[in-house]
Design a protein around this ligand. Structure first.
Ligand code: PEP
Ligand code: MG
Length: 570
């Protein structure tokens, strides 16, 4: 069976399916007759949970490091907590309550106490308790736990959706590809797949109901195809394709230390997008000239509470130090939209992408914003930091955000902390209002970076996560090209520069347009850098400019796409 989806991350992967889903845990108030038996059941659930957590710990130490493994030692301590145990047993005995309900109510009591504490470390423990108790409850309720942390062999994940937290914990050693039902090319899981260089297809409707654990599967990330239970001819064909792709990747390596220049000598900077300090290696390995976008929200995910100023400082410092003198653009928190975090805001919004997101949220939740800005300023002396604000829609938002930098700078100087006082400050252009007013913004920023994932979604009024409207993801459309041109021209007029960090920056077919539009920097998933550098070397800047002039006066996405195909054949 062949399922068509959206190619999210290049490459071919052939393997066995691991279906990932989470069943909801619900307990009831049923009473029990046999107290001893119920306590035995509880003991057994604790025992099995401990074995599993130990296994996950060992795997984490083996695959990541000891520090990450230690998290699970803390989980084992929670599991063995004498109070948690004795109070649950007491409840079973006295109230004759079933063990799942008894355990859950005691856990809830402790979680609430921890959540109320002033000490951040203690508050974070509430999340750990919930993690552990979910596992125990699943065993008590006979719910199957699908645990990617327990993987022992290579698999291809099939899921309805991968949350940002799921994607953060994907282990590249065992996860060789994934296919999800929900999502578009610019959703977080697609972006993460490209960063990890794992072939992926998203938007594959009904793949869950048509597949089973252990089935054979082929993922073709370039064409956006998933083949379930392939026959031997298909397997042979795709094995060949897989080998060819590997050979091609090998060949690209020769571009690692080359300059990014067009055939007629126009330079353009090629940088990498990252989501965590670990991703820096990929950017350097692929010859990235800087970090064009560090999405700091991933530091906030998979947690129950915001990372502290110190924790953030350490992460930013590592990235800056590893990149040495190369520019590193760190974007302030972009939470909201598809990346919501309950501990920051649990208000359900009608239209999250149009709602309380990114800079809007930070300008209201000053404590969170301040911690981040202070961490950034403290890290500024360790490299070439540039700070960027996401989702700016009005000049007042920009001024308020800059004001926060001013306040934090003064505070830190007064505290005697050493900072770089001359940091470039830029904004993402993702909202059409900002593109239209770019001439005014250009007077108050040092640079722009165009976020086409959102700029396209807001220009065409099409949710980037909804595959039903994915036909409106129109990166060649002259409407978008005109907005980009306005921004680039406005910045150059003020002696500033414009980059692009949306996903089209790494799209080989669109590159001639981006060159012709005179963008100064392109930032993309690390895995795309070498390929884009190779292609730029084949393009003539003068010709690209001429094509842009024609494209801007056309009237459809398709016409511009055809124009490019006719003129650039590499
Ligand atoms: C964008 O919108 O293009 C962008 C780079 O930001 P994100 O994908 O994180 O929203
Ligand atoms: Mg964006």
């Amino acid at each position: 069976m062949i399922v068509k989806g959206i190619g999210a991350s290049n490459g071919i992967s052939i393997g066995k399916i691991f279906k990932l889903y989470k069943e909801k845990i619900t307990t009831n108030d049923n009473k029990i007759d046999d107290v001893e038996k119920e306590i035995e059941k509880f003991d057994h659930a604790l025992f099995i949970s401990e074995l599993e957590i130990k296994k996950i710990r060992d795997k984490t130490v083996e695959n990541i490091d000891k520090k990450h493994g230690a998290i699970f030692d803390a989980h084992i301590e929670i599991l063995k907590d004498p109070e948690l145990y004795s109070e649950t047993v007491k409840k079973i005995k006295i109230e004759k309550l079933n063990s799942a309900k008894a355990f859950q109510s005691i856990v809830d009591k402790y979680v609430n106490i921890f959540k109320e504490m002033n000490n951040e470390y203690m508050r974070e423990r509430a999340g750990d308790i919930l993690d552990v108790s979910d596992r125990v409850l699943a065993h008590l309720l006979n719910i199957e736990i699908k645990d990617p942390g327990l993987l022992e062999k290579e698999v291809i994940i099939v899921a309805e959706e991968l949350t940002p937290t799921d994607t953060v914990s994907l282990n590249k050693r065992y996860v060789k590809g994934f296919a999800t039902e929900i999502g578009g090319r610019t959703g977080h899981s697609a972006i993460m797949a490209r960063t990890l260089e794992i072939p992926a297809v998203v938007g594959t409707k009904k793949i869950m109901e048509n597949s089973s654990d252990g089935d054979s599967i082929i993922i073709d990330g370039k064409e956006g195809l998933v083949i379930l239970n392939p026959d031997e001819y298909q397997l042979k064909e795709y094995k060949e394709k897989e080998n060819k792709y590997k050979e091609y990747k090998e060949k690209l390596k020769k571009f690692k230390n080359k300059e990014s220049k067009t055939k007629d000598g126009k330079s353009i900077e090629l940088a990498g997008n990252i989501g965590s300090p670990e991703d820096v290696e990929g950017v350097l390995k692929n010859g990235g000239e800087g970090i064009g976008l560090y999405r700091t929200e991933f530091l906030f995910m998979g947690k129950q509470y915001c990372p502290t100023e110190e924790e953030q400082f350490q992460a930013y410092k590592v990235v800056l130090e590893r990149m040495k003198e190369k520019p590193v653009i760190i974007r302030t928190l972009d939470i909201g939209g598809d990346k919501s975090l309950e501990y920051i805001s649990n208000v359900k919004e009608m239209n999250p992408f149009l709602g309380h997101r990114a800079i809007r949220l930070c300008l209201e939740q000053h404590d969170i914003f301040k911690d981040q800005i202070r961490a950034l300023l403290r890290a500024s002396i360790y490299g070439n930091l540039k700070i960027m604000f996401p989702m700016i829609a009005t000049i007042e938002e920009l001024r308020d955000a800059k004001n926060m930098i001013r306040i934090c700078k003064n505070e830190l100087v007064e505290e005697g902390v050493r900072i770089n006082k001359d940091i470039d400050i830029g904004i993402m252009v993702e909202v059409p209002s900002t593109a239209l007013l770019a001439d005014q913004f250009a007077k108050e920023v040092d640079f722009f970076s165009i976020g086409t994932n959102d700029l396209i979604q807001y220009t065409f009024a099409a949710d980037r996560m909804n595959e039903k409207v994915s036909y409106l993801y129109q990166p060649y459309n002259p409407a978008l090209l005109r907005l980009i041109k306005m921004v680039v021209d406005a910045s150059h007029k003020e002696g500033k520069w414009t980059g692009m960090c949306g996903e089209i920056a790494g799209n080989e077919k669109i590159i001639p347009l981006l060159i012709g539009l005179e963008l100064d920097e392109l930032s993309m998933s690390a895995s795309s850098i070498l390929k884009i550098r190779e292609i730029i070397g084949k393009i003539e800047f003068e010709k690209a400019k001429t094509i842009v002039k024609q494209a801007i006066n056309m009237n459809s996405n398709k016409d511009v796409e055809d124009l490019l195909e006719e003129n650039f054949n590499y």
